[in-house]
Design a protein around this ligand. Sequence first.
Ligand code: ADP
Ligand code: MG
Length: 248
Amino acid sequence: MIEINEVSYSYANASALNNISLSISRGEAIVLMGPNGSGKSTLLKLLNGIISPDRGVYKFDNEEITHKKLQDAKFSKLFHQKIGFVFQNSETQLFCADIFDEIAFEPRQMGMSESEVETRVNDCLDLLGIQSFKHRSPYHLSGGEKRKVALACVLSLNPDVLVLDEPMNGLDPRTQRWLVEFLVQLNKAGKTIITSTHNIELVKEISSRAILFDENHTIAADRPTEELLDDVELLIRVNLVDKYYQKR
Ligand code: ADP
Ligand code: MG
């Protein structure tokens, strides 16, 4: 479903992706791991069309995704219905005064009727167990609650692919556990899940395949998650863990 072929990307002067190739099939559960600044968030942004490759090709469902195509409103809408992005910082994702309107935003953008919008919003509130938030303001929620609202917003379009950037960050252990189980359920329901995370404890549960970035912004390994986690020498070499790291 996703094909990345020899893709490179730089910000002003900083290289962020260096000749990356990978493919992802429908229904996979994948984690991106790697030290800070290795390019995980940049790859996720590229997958979501927020940025486009400087070099190389990104294909989604056999169609090349380019900056030019994404500027076409119709194409962009269709693309964003297929792939949803949960940002690292939920605050930057939430901007309405009311949670109902927040979750309704994308469905309304897609031109759904107000009764369909209402059904979608209610389904998402139920799915995330946050019906009681419906008419609250996103600004007064805790970090975990905001993350749930951000997830509800993204799921409101029922995308095939869900991309999450460091979704465990800032969550308490119980909410992390909830999120792990939620992602596993979504994957079982057929969604493709791509998550970047630093949480080495939880990656086995949310993925069967792990892609490891190194400090040169290239892919150091692309392997079954369990196998990758067993290669402690490699994890130390790419600076994901330090030399005292103990496997559990
Ligand atoms: P990761 O998510 O793995 O921590 P990023 O994809 O955020 O890594 O960053 C990759 C590289 O690109 C880093 O060197 C980082 O400093 C740089 N970078 C990321 N975002 C920006 C930006 N908006 N402007 C300039 N440089 C950036
Ligand atoms: Mg990042």
